[in-house]
Design a protein around this ligand. Structure first.
Ligand SMILES: C[S@@+](CC[C@H](N)C(=O)[O-])C[C@H]1O[C@@H](n2cnc3c(N)ncnc32)[C@H](O)[C@@H]1O
Length: 328
């Protein structure tokens, strides 16, 4: 059957898909089509988007079943589940469930692009790597994830990555000005740097990490996305490396269990610090005071530009994002 469609260049498909979802224009139960260069989205009504064409195309319908529908049909009930989709891998956290394999297969059936399902048994050590176990599908932990049209390659058993920070990365990219210098002190596979390089016009981004696997994938990602002129990946301890880097307009500190220890190094080296920390819900006001006192001890003034909840961590703890402007 024919439907109106929006034709997006392949490299903008993720951004356009999210936009159409936001505007509730994407038709449900109709299979999106692709060719070598373009992605064809079936839409309810025509919309003008710069760089995209509209038209009419033949599309196929399909029956959509969620993993919950599939499990219900099998008589399986799950109390609480969280799922992260990273490329072709789904990572699940389940509370007291005896039917892990059924759940995993239901997820693969409902999400045809998913080839492997793992359970997440928690993040560990300084490298913040998830302790995972494959429960269904291919024995593979390497994948390529696409975020806002940027390709991010990684092995989820060797590096930290969270797709839940996509909006946070875009939020920061929008604050980066032309010719700015950016330092990501705890860059992992460099997702913040990649998004900033794609959506802002910085002079240079320095992406530091001490996990050799994160460095390998960060370098692969810079190459895959052709950002060699903008992003420089640096292996080692951020505490030491940052001291040798130029003064930065933005410093990103996503090491939420330990960031306060590293904050003096950022205060000395940058103007706006995007700081993340996991704290007890009622500790945030005290932490803001700690940050101001720390800046004063370093002979600076800290102005808090924004405090927000980025995610929940445990029943009593939250992950906070704090934007700090350092003044002389
Ligand atoms: C929570 S992850 C964040 C990764 C990335 N920014 C992201 O959002 O996906 C923290 C990263 O900091 C790295 N790390 C921990 N301590 C470090 C240090 N002292 N110097 C540099 N990197 C460090 C870990 O290897 C890990 O990749």
């Amino acid at each position: 059957m024919k439907y109106p469609c929006l034709i997006s260049p392949k490299d903008r498909a993720e951004e356009i898909r999210k936009l159409l979802m936001e505007k509730k224009l994407l038709l449900k139960n109709i299979r999106i089509k692709r060719d070598e260069n373009y992605v064809y989205f079936p839409i309810k009504e025509k919309i003008k988007i710069k760089g995209c064409e509209t038209g009419e195309e033949e599309f196929k319908k399909f029956e959509v079943k969620s993993y919950n529908d599939i499990l219900r049909e099998k008589g399986i009930k799950i109390d609480s589940i969280s799922i992260d989709f990273i490329g072709e891998i789904a990572i699940i956290k389940l509370k007291d469930c005896e039917n892990v394999e059924d759940v995993a297969h239901a997820i693969m059936e409902a999400n045809r692009h998913i080839k492997t399902v793992c359970i997440d048994r928690g993040v560990k050590d300084d490298y913040r790597i998830r302790d995972i176990k494959i429960v269904a599908g291919e024995e593979n932990t390497e994948t390529i994830h696409t975020e806002y049209g940027v390709k991010m390659k990684m092995d989820i058993s060797k590096v930290y990555f969270s797709p839940r920070l996509a909006e946070e990365r875009m939020r920061i990219a929008k604050q980066v000005g032309n010719k700015d210098i950016v330092i990501d002190m705890f860059a992992g596979i460099a997702p913040f740097g990649l998004i900033i390089a794609k959506y802002a016009k910085p002079e240079k981004i320095y992406a530091i990490d001490k996990n050799p696997y994160a460095i390998k994938y960060a370098r692969d990602n810079v190459r895959i996305n052709k950002m060699e002129d903008i992003i420089e990946v640096k292996e080692g301890d951020a505490e030491k490396i940052i001291q040798k880097l130029p003064y930065a307009n933005h410093i990103i500190m996503n090491l939420p269990h330990k960031s306060f220890y590293f904050l003096p190094y950022a205060i000395r080296r940058g103007k706006i610090i995007h700081y993340y920390e996991i704290l007890e819900k009622n500790r945030i006001d005290d932490r803001v005071k700690d940050i101001k006192n720390l800046a004063e001890k370093e002979n600076y003034e800290a102005e808090i530009k924004d405090v927000r909840i980025v995610g929940s961590y445990s029943p009593s703890k939250l992950k906070f994002g704090i934007d700090i402007e350092i003044k002389n």
